[in-house]
Design a protein around this ligand. Structure first.
Ligand code: ATP
Length: 584
């Protein structure tokens, strides 16, 4: 199963740049506050240097000590206050940026073409909406601010060192080659490792959720062992990819730690030597060494947050990747002038080179009941999806009023034709929310009328808060038949002139099905109906019957005409009637 795309580094960088531009002012304010705090944190080492100089010259008096101690006290207090303000700002900024990213991602997910979602499976999307969003939240809320702050602190500490004594500071550079080359090596090898790690999580959650969803089928076909082996394979892949990144950290972290210790030892020895030879004062040697000790902390943070930033970058690439998928529908389109649906020489393939429709031509007259029948796998459901505008044909055309269905914006398409299947979904929200999805501007009266039309108003009004009762996993639980009724009421609200029914009531228990067929009957009233008929009595009652064999229309006519012709339909009808003598 192919996964959704992952954005490349260039796209991710461009995205990050736009984000920075959008939040430039608060970012600059936050960094300025951190810079002020960092300056405050540099004062103690400088004061200690001054005290050391005075002590070395035996000039330390109680008034100078009081002055310096007051300075230490004030700078510490200012550091604490400024850090508090800066941190507060950085958390607010982090939340704002994260909220924006989450909303953009949600908008991209909702705009994903259905075909892409089906192709990629739910696992990949699920993993992006959970694991990747969570990883990105850690990056944007904590890693990014901490990292920026650490950079500000490191740069300012370095500047302070150079200001105090450029000569003594040189020694600290000894750690640079170690830091630079080990970090480059780490980034080069760890980035693909983190990407592989994320993809393995997606495959794992995909396998687990698909196994859970299809548990009955898996049981029925005794595929349990195969699924277990697949999940085990996914776990193994996750394990090895985690081991790989762990190994990377295991090599890199000790090198970084040793580089710090080396820098402190070298600076102490070098500045001590300079002080002994009177090239610098003892105070300057003390201050520079203290700064090297102090700079370890921000550099350590820069380095350790890099890890989290890598994960965040990978997650961002996966989230931005969703927005890279091109919308397969325009936002504006030509409004059809009539309600006739026409398929002209339609060919369609799920896999390149394997056409499942081989030149289907069919005209559906407004207001008629057309049944599509044929053996299993003949292509009936595929024709249904094309007639409902879900997929576009590979060649040929499917039009309503001479406008191609696949070129119509979704909102316009749904006013013309809708597909009704046995799948129904209750969204978390009130009954009203569940219905107004079909038409956000619908009034309470219109919603009640649509419920009444499908015979559902009575039970909805009997709910604790009527229309405003919360449904879904955390709210009131409705039965499958009630959920199907809500789906039908949605159809009444969106009011398409044509409905494509694919096994709309097939999976329900017979009592509910009879009740539902009444509701469905009310919805079908006055509309064109194309019924994918798996039970032939639907065909018997239809105005015309279209027999599909091997992806092509084999016969087309009324039930009586086709029975009289004694062809494919007549034999299908005879065998169906013989299986059910009561149907004749
Ligand atoms: P049934 O009555 O069993 O539902 P059908 O007549 O509706 O069958 P379709 O579901 O349209 O037939 O399938 C037509 C052909 O396309 C079949 O060979 C099927 O295996 C194939 N097919 C259907 N869906 C997909 C898919 N998502 N990917 C690949 N092939 C598919």
């Amino acid at each position: 199963m192919s996964q959704l795309p992952v954005a490349d580094n260039q796209v991710v960088r461009a995205h990050a740049k736009v984000l920075i531009r959008q939040h430039r002012a608060p970012l600059v304010r936050m960094l300025s506050l951190y810079a002020l705090a960092a300056v405050m944190s540099l004062i103690p080492a400088w004061i200690i240097g001054k005290i050391t100089n005075l002590a070395a010259k035996h000039q330390l008096t109680s008034s100078s000590i009081s002055l310096y101690v007051t300075g230490l006290f004030v700078s510490s207090l200012a550091f604490a206050g400024l850090s508090f303000l800066a941190r507060r700002r950085s958390y607010i900024l982090g939340e704002a940026v994260f909220a924006q990213l989450r909303e953009e991602f949600l908008a991209s997910v909702l705009a994903l073409p259905l075909v892409e979602v089906e192709r990629a499976g739910t696992g990949d999307l699920l993993s992006r909406t959970t694991n990747d969003i969570e990883a990105l939240s850690r990056t944007v809320r904590f890693a990014m601010p901490e990292w920026l702050v650490a950079i500000v602190q490191a740069v300012l500490t370095l500047a302070a060192m150079v200001l105090v004594s450029p000569l003594a500071s040189v020694a600290s550079l000894v750690s640079l080659p170690f830091l630079y080359f080990s970090t480059r090596y780490y980034l080069h090898y760890a980035t693909p490792g983190y990407r592989r790690e994320r993809m393995s999580y997606a495959s794992m959650s995909g396998s687990v959720s698909e196994t859970a969803e299809g548990a009955r089928t898996i049981d029925a076909h005794r595929l349990g062992d195969r699924q277990a082996a697949r999940i085990e394979g996914n776990i193994r892949e996750s394990f090895y990819s985690e081991m790989y990144t762990l190994l990377m950290r295991l090599v890199w972290f000790p090198i970084v730690e040793s580089a710090f210790t080396l820098a402190i030892a070298t600076t102490l020895a070098w500045s001590g030597w300079l002080a002994l030879h009177h090239d610098i004062t003892l105070g300057a040697a003390t201050t520079v060494t203290l700064y090297v000790v102090q700079i370890n902390d921000p550099i350590d943070r820069i380095v350790s947050w890099l890890d989290e930033l890598q994960i965040g970058q990978t997650s961002l690439a996966r989230l931005v990747g969703v927005s890279v998928v091109r919308d397969d529908r325009p936002t504006v389109g030509v409004e059809p002038t009539n309600e006739t649906i026409v398929m002209r020489d339609v060919r369609y393939a799920y896999r390149a080179g394997h056409d499942v429709l081989n030149g289907v031509s069919l005209t559906v007259r407004p207001g008629e009941r057309l049944a599509i029948v044929g053996p299993s796998g003949a292509g009936k459901s595929t024709i249904g999806r094309l007639l409902a505008g879900i997929d576009a044909p590979r060649s040929g055309s499917v039009t309503v009023g001479d406008v191609a269905l696949s070129s119509m914006p979704l909102a316009m398409l749904r006013r013309h034709v809708a597909l009704v299947t046995q799948e129904h979904h209750i969204f978390i929200g009130s009954v009203r929310d569940n219905l107004s999805l079909a038409r956000p501007d619908a009034s309470d009266e219109e919603i009640e009328r649509s419920l009444d039309a499908v015979d559902a108003l009575e039970w909805v009004q009997a709910l604790p808060q009527g229309l405003f009762t919360e449904l879904g996993t955390t709210g009131h639980q409705v039965t499958p038949a009630q959920a199907q009724q809500l789906a039908l009421a949605r159809l009444v609200l969106s009011d398409p002139h044509t409905l494509v029914l694919d096994e709309a009531t097939a999976l329900l228990d017979p009592r509910a099905a009879r009740h539902l067929e009444r509701s469905l009957g009310a919805v079908l009233e006055g509309r064109t109906v194309i019924a994918i008929a798996h039970r032939l009595h639907t065909a018997h009652d239809a105005d015309r019957v279209c027999v599909v064999i091997d992806g092509a229309v084999a016969e087309l006519g009324t039930h009586d005409e086709l029975v009289a012709r004694d062809g494919e339909y007549a034999s299908l009808w005879r065998s169906w009637r013989n299986e059910r003598p009561e149907a004749s």
